[in-house]
Design a protein around this ligand. Sequence first.
Ligand code: BGP
Length: 486
Amino acid sequence: MLGKFSRRHLMQLAGLSGIGMLSQPAWAQGIAADSPGGAHFPSGFVWGTATSAYQIEGAVNEDGRGLSIWDTFSHTPGKIADQTNADRANDHYHRYKEDVALIKALGVKAYRFSIAWPRVFPDGDGAPNPKGLDFYNRLIDELLANGIEPFATLYHWDLPQSLQDRVGGWQSSKTSQAFGNYAGYVTEHLSDRVRNFFTLNEPGRFLNFGYGWAIDAPGLKLATGELNQARHNVVLGHGLAVQAIRARARAGTRVGIAENIAACVPAIDTPENVRATETATRELNAGILSVILEGKYTDHFLEFAGKDAPKFTADELKIIGSPTDFVGVNIYAPQFYIVAKDTKPGFDVAPFPASFPHMNSEWLKVGPETAYWVPRMVKKVWNVENIYISENGTSSEDKIAADGKVYDLDRIMFLRNYLVQLQRAIAEGAPVRGYFLWSLMDNFEWIFGFEKRFGLYRVDFETQQRIPKLSVSFYRNVIEKNAVGA
Ligand code: BGP
């Protein structure tokens, strides 16, 4: 049976190759050339992993740290799925040396962590707290001593509570100013050892979820006009931070944003849909990435917002559009499958069927092609020269098996498929320089508390024991080979 089957098919294949149908398409050549070791990434590609301050540090009352909006929010009954908070979390503040050893054991050469604004400026502005910055000095020195390059994020959602109370947080441009000052202060002190800074992590997310839909801290539901104004203050804060970094950090310090880009994917790969996906990428990211990378709001964005459009000056747009050195994109689910449309705005968003597959987190729809289309779009739409995948990863149930190990095969499946697509994008010319896997270890996953596990290392939050999951071996192997196999 098998013999007959293969003979018949071999003959068909021979016929096809005779007329050139088996020759490699241009987009696949980079992939094929590197077989059998897998599809190779460029040499010097930065492999990394990521965490954020509030999610892992704990020690919320130590060394003069001020309160953040997430301390308040997580202590408000009913906000966090498992009724926990991150008062202790991974106790990373005390265990950072052990954690740097875990990073080293992974084989990555880069680590993206965030700096807690309320450790450095307990009230958000005013007097700095040197003890707060010292923690990051210790962490950075430990990373460098272990050959790991630090990539620091200045804001991963832990806004000082005092700014929220006194000025309404991001509802006021005073917060944008305070963020600029904080960014200048931190980079002035750390840029002798840290060469790359991300300003804000996922402004689109923390704004909509925190100020629009009351899901995240500070738990507000602003009207559309107020929300648009708050978003404007956020991008202004980014621009002021870029300018402060240029003024106060060492020459050569690199800066960019890390955005949870509205990830648009053509529903079917046709030239019309690809063009429509470019338009959709620009318009569905108009309030954050487009204004940062173009220095203006798109006409469609302003028209659509109408009387709810943000108020701004030409000077502010100039600040917001300050040139950056790279763009970080956090890639998880495909958010919009796009089909072309003849009438304005030139695209339609196809609805998701209820049966669309997702990972352990329900929001995390599986779409490896997102890792192909997003970098391609970022390059095409804004001509960005340096892209980082600042986050990618998945939660998984991660039970400990009878032999004491964690066989997170679904995470490995997810990573392998996304990385194959990322390599394909790079082979076709997308300028992706590095990849940060979310996350180094299980941690406090915001409103999901400790219920969702995104780590490469499993953490027992009672004993604080960390155990490598199978995905540690998977990722180490990818890094060693600088390649991923399908
Ligand atoms: C990103 C955040 C991370 C991380 C991850 C998982 O949006 O930048 O901090 O938490 O998503 O998200 P969640 O915890 O909401 O499932």
